[in-house]
Design a protein around this ligand. Structure first.
Ligand SMILES: C[S@@+](CC[C@H](N)C(=O)[O-])C[C@H]1O[C@@H](n2cnc3c(N)ncnc32)[C@H](O)[C@@H]1O
Length: 286
C-alpha cells in the first residue's frame, strides 16, 4: 500500500498539498483515499492511518503532560531509566538516533534528560515535528528538553563535533518482523510500512560507539541477536525487550553495571545480521 497525503477538511487542502510536495508524496482528495495508507492533516494534528483496515486507528506523536507525569511516577527504577544510567540527580544528555514516535525519548525527557531526536524518515520526522509543535503550544514543560533534527543518524554522528558529543546514544531500530503477525502491534506494522526494515543498524551502532561520551544503549527484542553481533558490556532484560549496554567511558559512580541486581552479564552466543540500504531525507513540513 503506498502512502498519500490527504485532509478531510476543505480549508486544509492547500496546506496538505504543500506538505505532500515537501515530502515528495502524492496528494489525494479525502474521498479517494478509502483504501490507502494516508498521512492525514487535520486541524488538531497530523496522523498516519491505514484507511483500508477497519476503523483505521490513527498513529500520531503525543507529548502530553499526562504521559510525562505517568512515566515520571514510574521513577528511576524503570528499565529504560536504568539502561540510560539515570541515578540520583544525574541526568545525561541523550541523542536518540532512532526516535520513531518519540515515546522512549519523551520518557527520558520526562525524567529530566535533554534529548535530541535525529530521525531520517521525512514522514516520521513530520509526525514528530507536529507533536513537538503541539506540545510547545500547550506549554508542556518537557518539550523544552526535546530537540528535533532530520538526518540520517550515521551521517549525523560521523559529522559530529567534539564539543557536541552526547553522554548517551540511544538506539531502537525497527525490530525484525515476528512470525506471529498478531504479536506485532498494529502501530509498529504501520510504522514498518513507512520506514521499512532498519537493516543498516549495525553501521549505526559502530558510529554511535565512536561518538557517545559514556555509553550506547540498544533496545532489542528479548531474544534477538545484538546489533553488529557485538557482545554487550551489560544487559538489562525485561519481559519482551532487553537493553544492551556498551560503555564508552568510565561510568559515574552508582550507574548500573553487569552484576548489579537485574543487570545481566553479556551472552556470547550471538550471530551476525546482514547490512542493507538506508533511506532518503526531505525537508521538514510546516
Ligand atoms: C522502532 S522505531 C523507534 C521507536 C521509538 N523508540 C519510540 O519510542 O517511539 C525506529 C525509528 O528509527 C528510525 N531510524 C532507523 N535508523 C535510523 C538512522 N540511521 N537514522 C535516523 N533514523 C533512523 C526509523 O526511521 C524509525 O522511525
Amino acid at each position: 500500500m503506498s502512502l498519500v497525503v490527504t485532509t478531510p477538511e476543505e480549508a486544509w487542502i492547500p496546506a496538505a498539498r504543500q506538505l505532500a510536495v515537501r515530502l515528495g508524496l502524492p496528494f489525494l482528495a479525502w474521498a479517494e483515499t478509502a483504501d490507502c495508507l494516508v498521512l492525514a492533516l487535520r486541524p488538531e494534528r497530523l496522523e498516519l492511518v491505514a484507511r483500508s483496515r477497519g476503523r483505521g486507528e490513527p498513529v500520531y506523536v503525543e507529548f502530553s503532560t499526562a504521559i510525562a507525569t505517568a512515566r515520571r511516577q514510574e521513577g528511576l527504577k524503570q528499565d529504560l531509566a536504568r539502561a540510560v544510567g539515570l541515578k540520583g540527580g544525574w541526568r545525561p544528555s541523550v541523542l536518540d538516533a532512532t526516535p520513531g514516535l518519540g515515546r522512549d525519548g519523551f520518557v527520558l525527557a520526562a525524567l529530566g534528560c535533554r534529548v535530541t531526536f535525529v530521525e531520517r524518515s521525512p514522514v516520521i520526522h513530520a509526525l514528530l515535528a507536529d507533536g513537538l509543535k503541539r506540545a510547545h503550544g500547550h506549554g508542556v514543560p518537557e518539550s523544552e528538553r526535546l530537540a528535533l533534527i532530520q538526518d540520517e543518524a550515521t551521517n549525523h554522528l560521523n559529522n559530529h563535533s567534539e564539543s557536541q558529543r552526547p553522554d548517551v546514544i540511544y538506539l531502537d531500530p525497527m525490530h525484525p518482523e515476528r512470525t506471529k503477525a498478531a504479536l506485532v502491534k498494529k502501530e509498529m506494522r504501520l510504522l514498518r510500512q513507512v520506514v521499512g526494515e532498519d537493516g543498516d543498524a549495525d553501521g549505526l551502532v559502530r558510529a554511535a560507539l565512536r561518538v557517545a561520551r559514556l555509553r550506547v544503549v540498544v533496545k532489542r527484542p528479548r531474544l534477538a541477536v545484538p546489533l553488529d553481533a557485538r557482545v554487550a558490556d551489560a544487559v538489562i532484560e525485561g519481559r519482551s525487550v532487553r537493553y544492551d549496554l556498551y560503555f564508552t567511558a568510565e561510568l559515574p559512580k552508582g550507574a548500573p553495571r553487569a552484576g548489579d541486581e537485574g543487570v545481566l552479564p553479556p551472552s556470547s552466543t550471538f550471530v551476525t545480521t546482514p547490512l542493507s540500504a538506508a533511506s532518503t531525507s526531505f525537508p521538514l513540513p510546516r
